[in-house]
Design a protein around this ligand. Structure first.
Ligand code: CA
Length: 229
């Protein structure tokens, strides 16, 4: 899941981005409203965390413009004080939820999970593909009842593929939702991570779950042991 964090205060932005990355989210940071609108225009984010007080265009304007442009992604607004006016205004401009600063980081995570669940098609916290189980709340995965030791990035890739289980997922989609702006599209990083993930989930199991479709992408599925797996 890829998040755009819009926050002009460098130390707060840095701290939140670091914490979110540790939770396996891919995070881009925008320091003002213009940068936020630009980045949201070129990338397909799963969620935006939007501070209200920003230099130039504020969070309200950014949210209004996103909605005016037809963007439906979840927006979590950050308000400096618990001002009812700010909350009402925020929700009126199309924000889905708000959080009052200062907040506990765990509270931020809970709001993010709730919004991601609510988004698009009510995403469940527990995903299953055959005997592979992914706990999206704890960010843990197990197969055949055994815990898998995954790095944060391996887990993020697995969760993304699991949310689209049975579908062929292309490289561009993976790059867009699992990596951030620092991803080099010419690198073979995705292939490397898929290989590592495959070793961890499929080695020692007769039934393979992670399949490659040459030229098309990857698919997590109990079926489809065809051709080039
Ligand atoms: Ca601010």
């Amino acid at each position: 899941m890829r998040i755009l964090l819009v926050e002009d205060e460098p130390s707060a932005a840095l701290m939140m981005a670091k914490g979110l990355r540790e939770q396996t989210y891919a995070v881009d940071v925008a320091p003002d409203g213009d940068a936020a609108l630009y980045q949201a225009g070129v990338n397909d984010y799963d969620l935006i965390i939007l501070d209200i007080m920003l230099p130039g265009r504020d969070g309200f304007e950014v949210c209004r413009e996103l909605r005016a442009a037809g963007r439906t992604l979840p927006v979590l607004m950050l308000t400096a004080r618990d001002r009812i006016d700010d909350r009402v205004h925020g929700l009126d401009t199309g924000a889905d939820d708000y959080l009052t600063k200062p907040f506990d980081f765990r509270e931020l995570l809970a709001h993010i999970r709730a919004l991601l669940r609510r988004g698009r098609d009510l995403k469940p916290d527990l995903l299953r593909v055959g005997d592979l189980e992914i706990d999206a709340r704890a960010h843990r995965a197990r197969r055949g009842g055994r815990d898998l030791a995954l790095t944060a990035k391996e887990y993020a890739l697995l969760e993304y593929l699991a949310r689209r289980a049975g579908e062929i997922v292309g490289r561009a989609d993976i790059a867009e939702h699992v990596w951030d702006d620092n991803f080099d599209p010419f690198s073979n990083l995705i292939e490397v991570y898929v290989q590592r993930l495959r070793r961890k989930i499929d080695d020692g199991h007769a039934r393979k779950l992670l399949h490659t479709r040459r030229g098309a992408g990857y698919m997590l599925s109990v079926e489809g042991g065809a051709a080039n797996d």
